[in-house]
Design a protein around this ligand. Structure first.
Ligand code: SF4
Length: 465
């Protein structure tokens, strides 16, 4: 049971009218109200039998949403909003105030502990300005009240709305280099948070989003903060996509470069949650949904067994294999859950790549380089031999090796190698004719870099039914 529209509007207007903005130069502070909407949503879970668990419109493709709303134009109009991090239910109803549309960011408390970037909450777009983000032929399209009612019935929260149904944005942390970590609290499991990281590339005019597929991870890689948490939850398709929704909203409000590159390298092993990940990727690439090119989405797996590569065959994304070491004994040390030899795993990957469409026969081998563990010439030569054999077995393919200097994590015995050792490792690979790149570490001062994502583990945690 959702709240009647009148009651809902009254609650939203209560927020809007109790809100005042105090401008201090570039700094905009929100004064005078608590987040009534989300507090209300948390405290009224009993208002709906299936609150928080049903599939939201965010994880419906155009065809599915068209069937629910009774018209393709309606589903396209709804997705024009989701794509830019805007809830169509509130955007298309003129009774909702302008300020309420992007409240999740404008109303977020500003922490004194964050650096200067966080003092800027961002601009408030008018409805007319927001329309300019839509395709020109749909700019004047309006969802009528009847369609909005149909849409609202798809939301699981009594307050309706994507942001009240899937996850609440609770914190934004920005590193000195602009890397921005978003902390989202799950409505389905309020004891759990997920992290997602926006990495802006001003020089390229685009941003990369690092998404999580699970809370925690059962693979337990010894150098990884997430691995220490164990697996706590598999995220639903909605919970994966809401990360992109909020990232797009933040980029729009703070005028950051648009997200056009997604990497599944946040918390979790994507192949341990294959169904949700595959559905999310399909909606990311769908033309009228998030519309991101398959060549700009990377699904990274540690490769728990040869069969997971088969499951990735049809996923419309670039594959990355977090290999870390080729020698079985060393790999077992770094990825202790490994039960297969590297030869067995390579066979699985070869079989996967061979049946992929030619333009998707691309593989990135990822190596977290750790000082005096896997960064010597010996490991570089082993990796080169392994990679060249893989290329030979697949035939026509593109392989690159990404060297990621280890990001230091609290209570971890490992260290980042020196620049000289990293470059020497790269040279060995390049001398063997391989494409090998050293990846720049971004966001490490805010623990937003590879291997550093870990949210607080709380006791007595269960997902709501
Ligand atoms: S590195 Fe990836 S697979 Fe390994 S524990 Fe961390 S999140 Fe899991």
């Amino acid at each position: 049971m959702n709240l009647p529209r009148e009651q809902l509007i009254t609650r939203h207007e209560k927020v809007a009218t109790s809100t005042s903005f105090e401008k201090k130069g570039d700094e905009r502070s929100l004064m005078g109200t608590n987040d009534l909407l989300t507090n209300f949503a948390h405290s009224n879970e009993n208002l709906s039998n299936n609150f928080l668990t049903k599939q939201s419109p965010l994880s419906m493709n155009i065809e599915q949403l068209t069937a629910k709303l009774g018209g393709k134009g309606r589903s396209l109009a709804a997705w024009d909003c989701y794509r830019i991090g805007l809830d169509p239910f509130f955007f298309h109803d003129p009774l909702f105030s302008q300020e309420a549309l992007d409240n999740s960011i404008h109303m977020l408390p500003i922490s004194n502990h964050d650096n200067d970037n966080n003092k800027i909450q961002g601009i408030i777009n008018t409805r007319t300005e927001l329309q300019n983000y839509f395709p020109s032929k749909r700019r004047n399209l309006r969802l009528a009240l009847k369609s909005l009612e149909s849409l609202s019935n798809l939301y699981s929260s009594p307050l309706r709305g994507i942001e009240n149904s899937i996850a609440k944005l609770v914190k934004i942390q920005t590193s000195k280099d602009g890397t921005t970590k978003l902390l989202l609290n799950l409505y389905s499991s309020p004891a759990h948070n997920i992290e997602t990281v926006i990495i802006p590339w001003e020089e390229r005019g685009s941003s990369t989003l690092c998404v999580s597929s699970q809370v925690g991870c059962r693979q337990g890689c010894t150098f990884c903060a997430t691995g220490r948490m164990g697996k706590l939850l598999d995220l639903t398709t909605d919970e994966i996509l809401i990360q992109l929704y909020y990232a797009n909203k933040l980029c729009r409000i703070r005028n950051l470069p648009t997200v056009d590159n997604i990497v599944f390298m946040g918390m979790g092993e994507p192949t341990d949650n294959m169904q949700s990940v595959a559905s999310a990727v399909n909606l990311m690439v769908e033309k009228n949904c998030f519309s991101i090119s398959p060549s700009k989405i990377t699904v990274s797996t540690v490769g728990p067994n040869p069969d997971v590569f088969r499951k990735l065959t049809k996923v419309p994304a670039v594959l990355a294999w977090s290999i870390h070491a080729v020698r079985d004994s060393l790999r077992k040390e770094l990825v202790p859950t490994t039960k297969y030899t590297m030869e067995e795993l390579r066979e699985g990957m070869v079989n996967c790549l061979k049946v992929r469409p030619k333009k998707m026969r691309t593989l990135m081998l990822e190596v977290a380089l750790i000082q005096n563990v896997n960064d010597s010439e010996r490991e570089a030569l082993e990796l080169a031999t392994f990679s060249l054999k893989l290329i030979e077995l697949v035939g026509d393919m593109k392989l690159t090796v990404n060297l990621i200097p280890f990001n230091e994590v609290e209570h971890n015995r490992f260290q980042k190698p020196s620049v000289a050792r990293i470059l020497a490792f790269q040279k060995v690979l390049r001398d063997k004719g391989l494409m090998a790149y050293v990846r720049r570490t971004r966001g490490d001062d805010e623990h937003a870099a590879c291997g550093q994502l870990a949210t607080a583990k709380k006791k007595g945690i269960t997902r709501l039914p």
